[in-house]
Design a protein. Sequence first.
Lengths: 474, 106
Amino acid sequence: MNILSSIVEKSTSLVSIPFVVEKTAKVIPMPLQIKGVHLFLKAKGKVWKGKPVPVFNESPIPDVSTLAIEDIDVSNPFLFKQNMWGSYFKRLRDECPVHYQKNSPFGPFWSITRYEDIVFVDKRHDLFSAEPIIVIGDRPEGMAIETFIAMDPPKHDVQRQAVQNVVAPKNLVEMEGLIRSRAVDVLDNLPIDEPFDWVEKVSVELTSRMLATLFDFPYEDRRKLAYWSDVIAASPETTGGECSADEMFLGAAEMATYFTKLWREKEAKKAAGEEMGYDLISLLLTNEKTKNMIDRPMEFMGNLALLIVGGNDTTRNSMTGGILALNQFPDEFVKLKKDPTLIPNMVSEIIRWQTPLAYMRRVAKEDVEVNGKTIKKGDKVVMWYVSGNRDERQIEQPDEFMIDRKRARNHLSFGFGVHRCMGNRLAEMQLRILWEELLKRFDNIEVLDEPEYVQSNFVKGYTKMMVKITAKAE
Amino acid sequence: MGSITFIEHDGNRHEVDIEEGSSLMQAALDNSVPGVDADCGGECACGTCHVIVDKKWASVAGIATEVENQMLDMTPEKAATSRLSCQVKVTEAMDGMVVRLPEFQM
Ligand code: HEM
Ligand code: FES
């Protein structure tokens, strides 16, 4: 969710780019402009804010007890990959809940690790700004797309209101049937009693289908949505990810081509007086305030990118995480099979347990004291939801996965305050549908090996998880 | 001791006793009124404890603060007398008050 959410920041050498793109939008097609920016940057060489793009080489992460507190650096993109994060954040919560790391590869930043403090920071958009980007690293040059996740009120509120109805519960009711039938089709075609990769065959496929439904996107090209999301959200300079700037720009250009075409097709349909659907573009086209959004390409692309990235690996990794959790806590699987009415509560518990987005970043707008430490104006502040969701001060037995947990909805995974996840009901619906349909068909879903994890300090997720499923006895 | 009535979107009514000093959200949760999620537990930070106060009772319930309105703006069901129930403190003056629940919390 990072690069494209990075918007408004004016990178010194390229101040004019967002402006130029906006002004020339009607003359030069957007994809060509994105390519232009890319070529320009390529010619300049691989520098980033005058520094080389960081290179991350994996090495084993030490036991946290061997480190001095000031040396703890939770921005390390291998912390989740090596599944070492639990002890690191526990130490911070216990010993130094508001922690300063002064020289990470992403520059200095504060870590907020306790539940209560995180709620405070997330609520106080008057003290902490989401601009210009919500990941730890700085924005890659030239990506000046506007997304409201990285805007402060009042601008944020206007932009969000323009698109939020597409994922409003009323609209979801309209989409549920189609989303379910597309999910059923995936599940009915899974191999039985033989190993396969759950991430690839189920999680990625289902989220791609869901997004294709949401956008009424050409169904046969749906995996492109997952691909764009992956390349857009995984550059080394923003989150320590593995995607190159080349891939990112090509992905963004291709995405712009597709969506411009889709918009024009729907526009023609509207002009011809045909009935409009419940998909995002149709809704934008039928709303007075947004019907000309394509003339504001940075906003158009930004909103699309935010939904594609926001709705993609978050839900995807919750689909994988739920299976893993039930394998690690087999009694809960038994409980679930006995009482499927627990599914909605379990969905919240899965989202807490997984915490698909590890954090959101803010910048202090003035000097602020948080839990005894003074954060200076201009400092980066990272709210580690992944830590707050395991804060024993707030949540009982937080490392346990309990599908009947009391107040399971009170977790941090969707954030709080004006930026609270816009897609949270859609995410919950998809997971609910998945589990309802899984329980109808399968008796067991066995995880065969340790899963493989994503390299990132932001996306907490999986690249591979081998499973074997057993069909329910007829 | 008086009571407050919650009416669900489908018309189901729930009368709950007034417990002075607690929030309207807490009153709903304590009495298992369906349709109030309260995801943030009363922090005015999630918007999922939305209620629409009956017009006659609007002045007793009071008006939404700026932050509250910002959260309420995220739901298409926002009405003139919408409140986040966690921000409404229950008083004896609310005896007989009627509040309606939206179709969806979001
Ligand atoms: C389990 C799945 C998901 C998780 C864990 C998640 C998490 C988050 C988080 C942490 C935020 C920022 C909250 C803050 O800053 O306080 C956010 C914002 C957002 N999410 Fe999600 N998300 C999920 C699914 C989705 C889906 C399915 C969509 C849409 C298709 C979506 C769209 C958005 C948008 C548009 C925002 C920006 C809201 C704003 O800034 O006002 N998310 N999400
Ligand atoms: S409980 Fe979250 S806003 Fe009221």
